[in-house]
Design a protein around this ligand. Sequence first.
Ligand code: ADP
Ligand code: ZN
Length: 303
Amino acid sequence: MRIGALEAGGTKMVVAIGNGQGEILERLSIPTKTPETTMPELVDYFKSRQIDALGIGCFGPLDLNRESSTYGYITSTPKLPWRNFNIVGTFRDMLKVPVGFDTDVNASAIGEATWGITKDVNNSIYITIGTGVGVGVIIDGKPLHGMLHPEAGHILLARHPKDTFKGCCPYHDNCMEGLAAGPAIEARYGKKAYELTDNEEVWELEGFYIAQALVNYILTLSPQRIVLGGGVMHQEQLMPIIHREVLRMLNGYINTEELRAMEDYIVFPKLNDNQGIMGCIKLAIDEINNTIRRGKRRIDLNE
Ligand code: ADP
Ligand code: ZN
């Protein structure tokens, strides 16, 4: 089986071909321009590889509601040429194969939950802290969509009393993304985040905000494990600060085996930056199975 995978990002499109075991056979990356120029390149790539199905993990917001007339569209994105673009429908029409679809961060969450660090639990969260903050929630083995899909990178946080930075989310003064994503660190200190490695104050403040968000997710979603990825988490000294601050903020209110083994509870990804693309492979496999199931049900109803 040849599976196509597409990690659609605002600056680049990562395409890959994999198999049913999640193994990546080839991959390449092309710059994201407009749908008019980029889509034909992607379609040509997948057509020439004769794929059986395609899985897409995409920047959002997205319409993931299968009952909606705009299912499979990129909706209110600030990336204007892609606003209200029917990405699933376009690939389906051009490639004539099943197309699985979810957010980029849900794809990473699914990748780790299928083949990586959260394989052994049914309820987990994957958080990416990079240019933005994204949160993928897996409940009973499935990504949570609900009304739209979680946008938990924008939860509101209490400011650190010493933090005078105004935040850089255009929508909220004090959301997680605006206070703690890579661009916030860089705007607050006027330097690239990787140039601040030795400045302890930077990572204490960053750890304070990340831990606050995690405490909120722990209390609302009760995950069995939390995975932290994205460019900012390359600063590995953050992890012990986050572990310490989460326990400090929870203040003993919940006391589980998982929290007592904090190093195995809040963890780095395991799939070496392939979690997103491997999650796309899983989305494609699920879509093949969904298509078979839906086909069967139609036959049953006509009988
Ligand atoms: P994206 O979110 O665009 O998919 P990344 O997850 O790599 O990509 O996030 C990019 C952001 O992460 C940059 O804006 C930068 O602020 C931050 N970043 C990237 N590498 C590092 C690093 N080594 N240390 C700290 N921050 C980093
Ligand atoms: Zn926000």
